[in-house]
Design a protein around this ligand. Sequence first.
Ligand code: AMP
Length: 285
Amino acid sequence: MIKICKTIDEVRKEVKQYRKEGLSVGLVPTMGYLHEGHKSLIDKAVAENDIIIVSDFVNPTQFGPNEDLADYPRDLEKDAMLCDNAKVDILFAPKPEEMYASNGCTFVTVDGLTNELCGKSRPIHFRGVATVVSKLFNIVTPDRAYFGEKDAQQLAVIRRMVKDLNFNIEIIGCPIVREEDGLAKSSRNKYLNEEERLEAIVLHRALVLGKEAVAGGEADASKVKELIVDMINSESLSKIDYVEIVDAETIQPVSIIEGPILCALAVSFGNTRLIDNFSYDNEEK
Ligand code: AMP
């Protein structure tokens, strides 16, 4: 039976006991409103650890002043049911006052990797993410932590942070889970109206087109981007924030596609901003 913990002390007490029993702990950080994408991370964690802790926390410090913090969908009861069915041991669902009780003035910033892609239009976002993930790592002290490739820049930032700050935690990346028509699953898909939802399929179609071009030997990043941009612009409601091809590790733009790359995009439909991406590594052909 799943246990819901609302305080840091409760989680620490449980983890202390698990450690005494020599059990391994896997952490899946989320902002809740769980779907099949989150479930895939949980399933992998269940397969690889004795104890699974899912955090369910809409982290205020990663939202800008004009973003959707207040509207972000929440359903703790449903999340608890999904976690219970998936064999999660602890759902950690603190209130912001619990996580930020000390009114902290200490933040974790990961330079360089956060200047491009989402970092450009969401300047404080990754500082909030790196800070809250550090706090979760210190509270839960997991052996492994699971993150989706859907948020590829976030995954790169966390990997770098773990390396730079010597967290003794293995970071596991998990593939993007999609709807049947290709749209990447996201808690924010709920915001889309019928017309926007239909048009949003273009993101995956455009990324497939781009990936095929790269796999076919196109090494000019601007040409690949153009293919993707043109296809997305053919949908009347789409508004591109960025389509960018970057080095998979440094998240710096590349003009020639040689080593491992990440092709990432952010596009709005109405008020809903969606992200998606593909990775490509010539070596793995
Ligand atoms: P979120 O609740 O949106 O912050 O996501 C929590 C974790 O689930 C992050 O590591 C995301 O990358 C991951 N995630 C969200 N959607 C998907 C998806 N469609 N496929 C795989 N992982 C996902």
